[in-house]
Every structure is written in C-alpha cells, then in structure tokens.
Design a protein around this ligand. Sequence first.
Ligand SMILES: Nc1ncnc2c1ncn2[C@@H]1O[C@H](COP(=O)(O)OP(=O)(O)OP(=O)(O)O)[C@@H](O)[C@H]1O
Length: 722
Amino acid sequence: MTADATHPDTVAGVLRRTAEDRWRIVRLLPRAGGPAVCAAVVVNLLLAAAPVLFVVATSRMIGWLPQAVRDGVDAPAFGHLVTAFVVAAGALSAQQLLAQLQVATGLLVQRRIDGWVADELMTAALSSVSTTPLEDQALLEQLTEASREVEHGIQSPGAAGAGMLALLARYGQLLGYAVIVGAAFAWSAGLGLLVAVLAFRHGQRGGLRRYAAIYGSVVARIRRLTYFRGVAMGRPAAKEIRIFGLLPWLREQYREAYLDWMRPVWAQRRRVYLKPYFLYTAVGLTVLVAVLAALGLAGGDGQVGLTRLALVIQAVLAAVQLGEFYPEADVQTQFGMNAYRAVGEFRAGMRDRTATGDVAAGPAVEPASGRAGDRPAGPVDIRFEAVSFRYPHRTTPVFTDLDLTLPAGACTAIVGLNGAGKTTLVKLLSRLALPDAGRITVGATPVDDLPPAHWRRHLAVIFQDFLRYETSAADNIALGAIAHADDREGIRAAADAAGILDTLDALPLGLDTPLTGQLRDGVDLSGGQWQRVAIARALFAVRHGASVLVLDEPTASLDVRAEARFFDEIIAATTGVTTVLISHRFATVRRADHIVVLEQGRVVEQGSHEELLSRGGRYARLFSLQAQRFAAHPDPVTSDATDVDPPTADPPTADPPTADPPTADPPTADPPTADPPTADPPTAGPPTAGPVDGGAVDGDLDGGPLAAGGAAADVGSPGSTR
Ligand SMILES: Nc1ncnc2c1ncn2[C@@H]1O[C@H](COP(=O)(O)OP(=O)(O)OP(=O)(O)O)[C@@H](O)[C@H]1O
C-alpha cells in the first residue's frame, strides 16, 4: 500500500492514518441509503444497551434475593425480584434477536455500499479513452486489490461500513459498563476500566493493522500466487498441463510463490503480534487488578452493598471480554479500509491521466445507443498522418511518422510479419491507444475531435483475442449492437452471412443455447465455429450502423473451404463498408481492393494484389513463398479443387515461378545483398526456415500448405469482388 509509506510509523502517524481511513468509510455510509443506515444504527445502539441492561437487572435480582427469600412470595421484595428477572430475561432475549438484526442490517448496508463502490471502480477503470493506463503495473495492482475485495465482499469497503456500525454496539457496551462501575463504585475506577480494556484492544487491533500493512506491501506476490492457482485449477490450461506433464512444475511454482508471499509476514510476526500483545496485556492487567483490588477493599469495609458489588463485578468481567478481537468488525474494517484506499488511489491514478488527455470528459464507454441513424452521410477515407506511437515502458516505437490511407468503402488488407504493428494499428484506429504524435482523420475530421463513444459506434472490430461470452449464441452475436438485441431476424442474418446459422440452429436450444459447457444445456463450440460467431457479431454491428469493419486474423481458425469462401460470403456482405482485414494468409487478403505491407511500423508496399505481384517486392516474395510451400507440400484437402477455386480460374501460368525473379526485386526496395536470389529458391529448405529479406524469418508467417493452396490456386483471378 503506497499510502502507508506516506505516513511515518509514529503514534501520531498511525492515529492520523486510522482517523483518515475511518472517516473515509464513514463518508461511504450514506451510499447505503438513509433508512438502511438508520436501522443499522438503531439496532447496534439497542445491542449496546441490552447487555448493560441485563447486567443491571441481574444485579438487582441478586440484591433483592436475600430479602425476597426472607419475606416470602407476598412481600414487595419478591415482586421486585420477579420484575428484575423479567427485565433480565427480556434483555437477554432482545440481545439474541438484535444479534440477528445486526447481521441482516449489516449485510444490507454492505451490499449497497459495495454495489456503489463496484460502479465507481468500473467507471474509473473504463474512464480512459485508451487501454494504455491499464498496462501501468502500479495502477493494475491497485485495481487488483480493490476489485478482489469488492468482488468477494468479505473484506470489502461495504463490510468495513457495516463493521464500523457494529463497533457502535461494542463500544456502547464498554461505555455502559464503565458508567456502571463509575456510578456504582468510583468514577476513577470506571475510567481505569475503560483504559485497561482499550489497552487490551490496542494490543489486538494494532497487531492486525500492522499485519495488514505488511499484507498490502506484498499484494503483487499474492497476484502471482493467485495466477498459479488459477492456471492449475482453470479449464484453459487443463489440456497443456496434462500433455506436457506440468503438474510438478506448477506445484513448485505455487510453493515458491506462496513462500515468497508468506516469508515477509513470518519474518515480522513477532514484532507484529507477540511483543505488542504482551505489552498491552501487561498494561491492561495492571489497571484491571488495581480496580478489582480497590473494589475488594471497599467491599471488605462494607462500603459497597450487595447490588452494587454485583453490578461492579459483572460490569468489570463483561468489559474485560470486550478487550478481545471483534470478529464482526475488525478484519472487515482493516482490510475493507485498505480496499477502499486502493479504490481511491486507483481513481486518482486514472484521474492523473486527464492531464495527458487520456481520460474522456464523459464516460468513455457509454451504454450503446442505437447505431442506426447515427451513421455518417457516406463512407469517408480514414488517414493516418505522420502517426508515431510507442507503448509505455518500451524503448522502441511501433510507428514513427506512419502515413496510411484506408480508402472509403473499400477493403484494405494489412499484411506483415509478426510484431510489424498490425494490431497496434487497429488499436490506434479505435482509440484504444493514442498516438504520441501525428493524427488520424476521418474525412476532414481528426478522430480526436470526435467523442470516443461516438466514434466507436461507427466501428465493428473483432480482435484476434475476441471474447467468447458465456451467454446464449444469440447474445454473442447481438453484443455487436446491444441496443438491437431484440432484432432476432438481424441476428439470424448475421449468423447466416458468417456461415454459422445451421450450426447454431442445430444446438439443443438453437440460438438460445448458452455457448459454454459450464452451464446446463450449454454447448461449447470449436475454435473455427467461435470465430464465425465473432464475425457474425461484427456483421450484426455493421447491420446496425457501423461503417468501419475491422477483422484481425478472421480466417485463422477457419478451415480451408471456409477460408476460400471468406471473400464471397463475408466480405461481400459488407459491400460499401470501409473494411480493414489483417491476415497472414494470402488466400484471405489477395482479393482485397488494396493491400498494405507493414514492416517494422512502416508501410513498405501497397497496391492491389496484381500490382504488388508484378512489382516483385516483399509481397510478391512472401506470396511466392506460400505458393512454393504448397508446391513442396501438396495437401490432400486442397486437392479438392471444387472447394477452393476452379482450376480454370487458376491457370498455373498465371503465377509462374518467375513471379519472384531476382530481377523483380528492385535494389531500392529490397537490397539484393539482403535477399540474395539464391536464398529463396523453390528448394531452399524447409519453409519455416527460409530467410526473407535480410534474415527476417518468414516462419512467423502463418502460411501453411492449406493457406497456400487458396493463394496459389487463385493467382491471376480478378482482384476484387466488391
Ligand atoms: N501491450 C503491449 N505493451 C508493450 N508492447 C506491445 C504491446 N502490444 C504489442 N506490443 C509490441 O508492439 C509491437 C507490435 O505489436 P502488434 O501486436 O501490433 O504486432 P502484429 O503485427 O499485430 O503482430 P502479430 O502478427 O504477431 O499479431 C511488437 O513489437 C509488440 O511486442
């Protein structure tokens, strides 16, 4: 916890920090609503009074008992005895009932506060335009701590609020017992009792506070521990753990992470718990013994009657019990306060980004309103103008002065080796990352001038790591334009265009089937089927007004037939929409209107498939390489020509081996020394090892035989179907 470091560990510093934290929690209480807080306050005050009343009533019973026994049942003393008994029994019963009410009202207060804090946290987490702040380690740590407690609700800010109210009952009782001792015996004894019990409490509670400070300082280590536990128990890793026999390795990692977390705690536990506990217990016992000794002496002298003696003894014994740990309040207030402090620090951290313009004036993620009707008058060019971008904590920029145009209503394919910056380009386009320099314009308007939520309503982006929502198939598609979730016909049309409708219709509940094996009647899909569902989500967004469609590796999980039909069935369904297609597969990109080759954050080539092939540069070589792979590794699947492209449309002569001649590689674009002609012959070796241009390993390209089949088969066919 960084806040701990800002306060010196002196008594004044501790008191100040505790007061600040508690005040912060008190200020949260109104979030639970006036009636709920009032009810909780009343219950806790009554709970403070009931045990005190019980002590008073039973003491009076003891006081009347000798006389009642002496005078018989008809005497007034017996009546007093019975009255005292009834009051004591009533106080005891009320105490039982109030304890239940304390739990119920506490839970109500807790849930309402936690709901509000969760909203605040979510708003803060989503307040930045880009996702860059969430890549900041310190900020992420605060978010982790804050959200973990809010989510589990055990040591949450709401639990701290309820715990604070529960303290009213405990300290109310303590005060009541001290007043009894003061009134029945001596005010100095009452004060002494108060001091003694508070000293015991400080020994207990102070230890917890110090423990929490250590716990806060190792929160990052807990995340590692949680991570390994999640990997070991979670479904996603279950296959690899079994295949690679990773259990012993995981066990060791978990053990190490656990020891790494606990060692600082163990190292300090004597300082934290033992020594202060002995110290404060000694102080408390001394004061207590003095009070009891004074009482004994006074009783011996006959200065204190039976009722008062019973009162004082009972009050002292009951008060001593209050020097202990309070299970309904202590852990909750300590860790709940820490969690709320983390919420505050996280919100402040996100606010700091305002200075750099990274936080939207309003909520960056606003509820999706209707997309239809919000569409620009017509598609317009999107331009990257001298855009530079570097990820935080990275020294090398991804882009330096990038200039690029995405023509309006056309399909632009972006190709490039791994790490070339393709996904980052999409992040910049959708403002999930903000340029360090340069600008992106939509028509004549800089994208920065558009409210992020407004701009994003025009975007339908499916990233490589698209989300698989554990909800119905229909919802998975409708989430592309949530305001139109009731457009069942549109959902079916999008699923149909993505080629997944028949599969979804065949599920147990059709489109209403939950797409998860974790739920009753739920069914999980294959990777390729999921990819089609994600594409359907984007198509549904387009149907409802998105005018820019971005698909990052849309065919990565599609089989060869689906990949071959991708353009005809999916891209054709979005005619007139400005489309960006990112793919390593030439079978996917070759029919795009415009192809851009990215390399190390620069556009090294662009044009149509035919133009780029005839230029004989980077694209032509990569394309040829995939074709050669196909030639070298014919795949039985692709030999089913009817599923790919008809042989007639694909004359072998259209893409002769000479498509990649040494002479087609102009020295200016690609120095011959970096890419010697002999380095790329058809028989140059295994495809994954073939060096391309200055040693760049093209094995990064996802150009397996299946992809190459489509690419090779279609060379020379008309460029675009759009
Ligand atoms: N969140 C991040 N933080 C820091 N660096 C990043 C982050 N994401 C990507 N990078 C770096 O930015 C560069 C471009 O990454 P990007 O994901 O845009 O490449 P890509 O062309 O999409 O790659 P691929 O084909 O493998 O998907 C890489 O060097 C990568 O290491």
